[in-house]
Design a protein around this ligand. Structure first.
Ligand code: MG
Length: 253
């Protein structure tokens, strides 16, 4: 009975996210079971065969075959990027594409490739972008021996935070982003309750470490927050360069 009560107390404690606090109150010379909790059991997820493969509970947004999970962000019509091999490729002028489904807090895996033939420089070379919630851009750019403003290169939160390091592979090579995104929250009156946060691994290398985002990405001027829904579509940018994407999956958190 004592143990059962302790499990209940621990569950309450967990719900309050105060495990450490509770643990401090458990006697150090007492029953070790007092600091065990069993319920709820941790959900089982089958990982992919490699870290790039979608795990069992992921929503696959692009598996190399079609753009059925995407639409044109301009007018909601069918996405007009092209399929080449197992990749989707930006078609200049076709515009940004967005997911049909909306997402908030998430883990996102996405692979991208800038053109093998180097054309242009700085921001004009292999530019695209991943807009979390359609608003917060993680820059995609050919940043291999291509100097540009630091908070505009690959792995940057565009016009806000440069990546911790430049982990870029060369033009024409596939690269990966693994992203953990926490959506911003707003009060009923629209005031900001908590800002968005983002962690990013570029080719497996940490480039954004729980970075606090300042607001929706702006090309000109300082960013700020405008209230929006708790879930919004993911957007990929047409910046006029034929950047390719493949193997895109997301796990709502
Ligand atoms: Mg961009």
């Amino acid at each position: 009975m004592i143990i059962r009560f302790s499990h209940f107390a621990m569950s309450v404690s967990l719900a309050l996210s105060s495990i450490v606090c509770f643990a401090q109150k458990a006697p150090r010379n007492g029953d070790p079971k007092l600091t065990e909790y069993w319920d709820p059991a941790v959900r089982v997820v089958t990982p992919g065969k490699t870290n790039a493969d979608p795990p069992s509970d992921a929503i696959v947004l692009f598996d190399g075959k079609d753009l059925s999970k995407w639409k044109s962000d301009n007018d909601g019509s069918a996405a007009k990027w092209k399929i080449e091999g197992n990749a989707m490729v930006v078609v200049k002028g076709a515009g940004n594409i967005s997911t049909k489904e909306a997402f908030g807090d998430c883990q996102l895996h996405i692979e991208w490739r800038t053109p093998a033939e180097v054309v242009g420089e700085s921001q004009g070379r292999g530019n695209s972008g991943i807009f979390l919630m359609g608003k917060y851009e993680l820059q995609v750019l050919d940043s291999y021996n291509n100097r540009t403003y630091s908070n505009g290169q690959a792995g940057s939160i565009y016009k806000q935070f440069p990546p911790l390091v430049n982990a870029s592979r060369g033009p024409g090579e596939w690269q990966t982003y693994d992203i953990i995104f926490t959506a911003p929250m707003f009060y009923a009156d629209g005031a900001l309750k908590s800002p968005a946060r983002i962690t990013v691994f570029h080719n497996g290398v940490l480039v954004q470490n729980n970075t606090t985002i300042w607001g929706a990405t702006q090309y000109v001027g300082t960013p700020n927050y405008e209230p929006h829904a708790s879930k919004e579509p993911l957007i990929l940018q047409d910046h006029g360069n034929p950047v390719a994407y493949r193997n895109i999956w997301i796990r709502p958190i």
